[in-house]
Design a binder for this molecule. Structure first.
Ligand code: M6R
Length: 612
């Protein structure tokens, strides 16, 4: 989704902003732009396309551009198609302020109508340009940039992370946040603004996270934060631990492949210091204060979007079957508008890689306002969901740059497994049983490594099916969500239509799709329902569907039924999804490579969806 980076200080801001924009590219975008102040005037360049196009255009326009204050933006279109005019930055009627914006101004039409009546002329179709004009009007009236931003925002409904600069006041950057993340990077005689720490981490690790409703007035040596009502707020400086190597490809062709291969380590990191194998137990510091409420909860509600929602579905199997706690799963995007019945003794777990997904954040706020305990299972440290939850567990997968989520998913599953063991033990599960589960979980990184060590079959399957137009993914029990996730991965990066289904449901509809052209991926580990899934495989075979099976190493029966078999080591049923998803991630990856799509930044998708 859109990205923001701004700079004020003694250095030339142009290369700093361009580098920041490149680091934000992974979020997904369709146009990019930059505004700097030079000789008390704006220099603005923006265009549809990539940051490389912007850099080339800048080079042509003025190769020696130098400025001490400026900002850049990568846009993911919401209002108005992705073209040069709709790209950010936008400016006001008199071109005295420029604005970059992440989010959506919901009442922009009403504001625009009023401004049109006053003679304003708009160049494009965006909600952001309307906000720029409104800030310009306020600036005319009050002459102070921060006040103008405050006054304009008090008329605005919607979500925003914004940065504003003006040649009339070139010594400051004004930033504001509501619903869209923004942080201030604190340097020595220089300061930064960014939507994501990765944009500025090569310059400073000291950051202030803006809260919703906060405005920051930033000069090169001072940051003042205030509310929209002009009340000063106190901020704590946080240290960002992100390493540059974590946000670079490090020899892999794509971030997605790097992140798939990081999983033995990231799964291990999710458990490190938390899984107590000898005691058959788990320690989770982030749940310490809320453990009582978790244990007395009448039910758990897991809510999330996309891949994180698939993790929640697997979590439901673990929590109900191992810890015996009633658990419900719901899309956050539905939860927020359904006005669900929430009781004070419900515990709502929000699962999110980014910690910024608008729908999930909104579900959190709704559940919290109804008195429930809300807990986050989040990857990005310091993100909104992490900060607004009563407690929670970081999954510690490190930065995930590929838009298609991979390592965050397996880390979320690992954390859900930890929570399950913790609750099961606290509710009376025997130590010996806890030890068995803990040992099994601890063995997973090695087993994932084994799957990753030979991808030749998967690459062969990708070559064979690269021109397929549809795929079916089928699994049962906790491997049903794995089927959903495998299908989502394929759709996202190869643009092949794929559906995930519970294997036994196939005969209630999707079986009509089966013919000799239909590849069907079965997840068929040797567990308690193995024979049932084999029956489903036979049903597909009888209709000449082409079978690809993800099966255990010791399963010799499957060779007689499947055209291709991808082998995974045996593991305890409930933890199987952590292993079984790995080949499906790889299959999606190699299919996308065969088809020549943009693996890391697939069309239309954004890494963190901060709009509804
Ligand atoms: O950051 P979150 O986990 O909250 O994101 C949720 C979804 O937007 C995300 O999982 C999306 O489905 C990914 N593109 C999946 O690969």
């Amino acid at each position: 989704m859109c990205g923001i980076v701004g700079y004020i200080g003694s250095k030339n801001c142009v290369p700093i902003i361009l580098e920041g924009l490149r680091r934000l590219e992974y979020r997904g975008y369709d146009s990019a732009g930059i505004a700097v102040i030079r000789d008390d005037k704006f220099f603005i360049q923006k265009n549809a396309g990539k940051v490389a196009d912007l850099a080339a255009a800048l080079g042509k326009a003025d190769g020696s551009l130098f400025s001490h204050v400026g900002m850049g933006h990568t846009r993911w279109a919401t209002h108005g198609e992705p073209n040069d005019v709709n790209a950010h930055p936008h400016w006001d009627q008199k071109k005295q302020i420029a604005l970059v914006h992440n989010g959506i101004i919901e009442n922009y039409l009403a504001i625009k109508t009023k401004l049109l009546r006053d003679g304003h002329v708009f160049l494009g179709a965006t909600d952001t340009e309307v906000l720029a004009h409104l800030i310009g009007v306020m600036f005319d009236e009050c002459g102070d940039l921060a006040t103008a931003v405050r006054l304009a925002l008090s008329e605005v409904q919607g979500t925003y992370g914004i940065v504003v600069i003006s040649p009339r006041d070139p010594q400051r950057i004004v930033a504001a946040r509501r619903g869209s993340p923004l942080l201030i990077g604190v340097g020595d005689g220089e300061n930064f603004v960014a939507s994501d720490a990765s944009a500025i981490v090569s310059h400073t690790r000291q950051v202030l996270y803006l809260d919703d409703g906060e405005i920051a007035d930033v000069t090169c040596d001072h940051v003042r934060t205030m509310t929209i009502e002009d009340v000063d707020t106190q901020k704590t400086v946080h240290e960002v631990t992100l390493e540059l190597s974590q946000i670079e490809r490090g020899g892999f062709d794509h971030f997605m492949l790097k992140e798939i291969h990081e999983q033995p380590q990231t799964i291990h990191d999710a458990m490190r210091g938390r899984l107590l194998v000898d005691e058959g137990d788990v320690k989770l510091g982030g749940l310490q204060n809320t453990l009582g409420r978790l244990l007395s909860a009448r039910r758990l509600i897991l809510t999330a979007c996309g891949t994180s929602w698939h993790a929640a579905l697997v979590g439901e199997y673990m929590l109900e079957q191992i810890a015996r706690i009633p658990t419900e799963v719901e899309y956050a995007s539905e939860f927020r508008y359904r006005d669900p019945v929430i009781n004070v003794d419900d515990v709502v777990l929000l699962i999110s890689q980014s910690g910024e997904t608008a729908d999930t954040l909104s579900a959190l706020r709704d559940a919290k306002s109804k008195g429930a305990t809300v807990l986050g299972i989040v990857n990005v440290v310091g993100s909104s969901i992490a900060r607004e939850s009563h407690g929670g567990v970081y999954v510690h997968a490190g930065p995930e740059i590929g838009v298609a989520s991979t390592k965050a998913f397996t880390s979320q599953l690992t954390v859900l497994a930890l929570i399950t063991i913790l609750l099961a033990r606290a509710r009376g599960m025997a130590r010996e049983r806890g030890q068995v589960l803990a040992r099994e979980l601890a063995s997973l990184p090695e087993k994932v490594d084994a799957v990753l060590s030979d991808t030749s079959t998967i690459q062969q399957i990708a070559r064979e099916f690269k021109d397929a137009r549809n795929f079916l993914y089928l699994g049962r029990g906790s491997n049903f969500p794995v089927a959903l996730e495998g299908a989502l991965k394929l759709k996202e990066i190869s643009y092949i239509h794929a559906e995930g289904y519970p294997a036994a449901e196939m005969k209630h509809g999707p079986i009509a799709l089966i013919d000799r052209n239909m590849p069907v991926v079965f997840i068929v580990p040797r567990d308690g329902i193995y024979e049932k899934v084999i029956s489903n495989i036979q049903e597909v075979r009888a209709r000449k569907g082409r079978i690809i099976a993800v099966a255990n190493e010791d399963d010799s029966e499957i060779d007689k039924m499947a055209e291709f078999v991808i082998r995974v080591p045996h593991t305890y049923g409930f933890f199987g999804p952590i292993l079984n998803i790995i080949p499906l991630q790889l299959l999606a990856y190699y299919m996308a490579v065969e088809r020549g799509t943009n693996v890391d930044q697939p069309r239309n998708l954004a890494k963190s969806v901060t709009v509804e």
